[in-house]
Design a protein around this ligand. Structure first.
Ligand SMILES: [Fe+2]
Ligand SMILES: [Fe+2]
Length: 295
């Protein structure tokens, strides 16, 4: 069985750009084409949050329109850029999606040789994530219900420290307590995360936890302990988690070829031009968010 994981799509409304230089919508179309063309084709696609940029209804409408071309079945959970109520409303017709009045987008998919558990770590209005008591209890109960069945958990905020300052500053509260829960359930073969827009792997909770690259842009690696978030156009990828009962779970990255759209490379700009462009973009975006949230 092959599980394709994509993450951090940051879809915007039809006709909009995420960034002066990045069309996340076109990049998602490329990603769908890439997954459909893989041989063997994945059995299922999981999407680990930041589905949209602002959590707006029109963004979810366009996300649904793009994802309907995906041949394998797809399962979504929210990230800090999403709004869970808008997500649950837009995908209410999908059997697995909880009702819009549910407290969280938590669910378990039982129809595959590997059990898939989707976890909602979001806190409305904040970039950090949280595994509160209610969510920890849900996870413990859900894992206890099928102790003998190999399970993959997918969630947006990674539950571990990365040692990268900005990443840990917008991390997950309750990660240590979640680690204790997962450690008690030896059937968990992998914890697949998003949020950080970089490939990262760690031994955690008696299993392996990872972060997959984004389908739009990546974030520059910075291990200096200072400095912040910087967008980079390193390769975009789909994680392919291959489950084989005799070997266990093996994770690969399948890089997404660049699409037809021209994406200027940030590294060709001088650092001054780049800083100016990014700060202008940040101001534009703050304005757009403010206007759209106030609508
Ligand atoms: Fe993201
Ligand atoms: Fe995120």
């Amino acid at each position: 069985m092959i599980i394709a994981q994509i993450t951090d799509l940051h879809v915007v409304a039809k006709g909009r750009l995420f960034h002066p230089m990045i069309s996340t919508n076109t990049q998602l179309v490329d990603t769908v084409t890439h997954i459909n063309s893989l041989d063997p084709r994945p059995d299922v696609v999981i999407v680990s949050g930041d589905l949209t940029e602002h959590g707006l209804t029109e963004e979810y409408d366009f996300l649904r329109e793009i994802l309907k071309d995906l041949i394998p079945p797809v399962f979504l959970i929210p990230g800090n850029h999403d709004r869970r109520e808008a997500l649950m409303t837009a995908f209410a017709g999908e059997g697995y999606m909880p009702q819009p009045d549910a407290p969280f987008v938590n669910y378990a998919i039982e129809r595959f040789p590997l059990r898939l558990v989707g976890l909602d770590t979001t806190v409305l209005g904040h970039d950090y994530g949280l595994m509160c008591e209610q969510r920890l209890r849900w996870l413990d109960d859900t894992l206890s219900a099928r102790r003998d069945f190999p399970t993959l958990i997918f969630m947006h905020h990674p539950p571990f420290r990365t040692g990268v300052q900005w990443m840990d500053a917008s991390g997950l509260y309750g990660g240590r307590m979640m680690e204790e829960v997962v450690r008690r359930h030896r059937q968990v073969v992998h914890v697949a995360c998003g949020h950080l827009h970089r490939p990262i792997h760690v031994a955690w909770g008696g299993t392996i936890a990872s972060v997959s690259p984004s389908t739009c842009h990546q974030v520059a690696l910075n291990l200096t302990g200072r400095g912040g978030f910087e967008i980079t156009m390193e390769p975009r990828a789909v994680a392919l988690h291959v489950w084989d009962e005799s070997y266990g779970l093996i994770s690969h990255l399948s890089y997404i070829p660049a699409g037809y759209e021209e994406i200027p490379i940030l590294s060709t700009l001088t650092s001054e031009d780049r800083a100016q462009l990014l700060s202008q973009n940040r101001r534009d975006y703050q304005e757009i968010c403010q206007t759209e949230y106030n609508r």
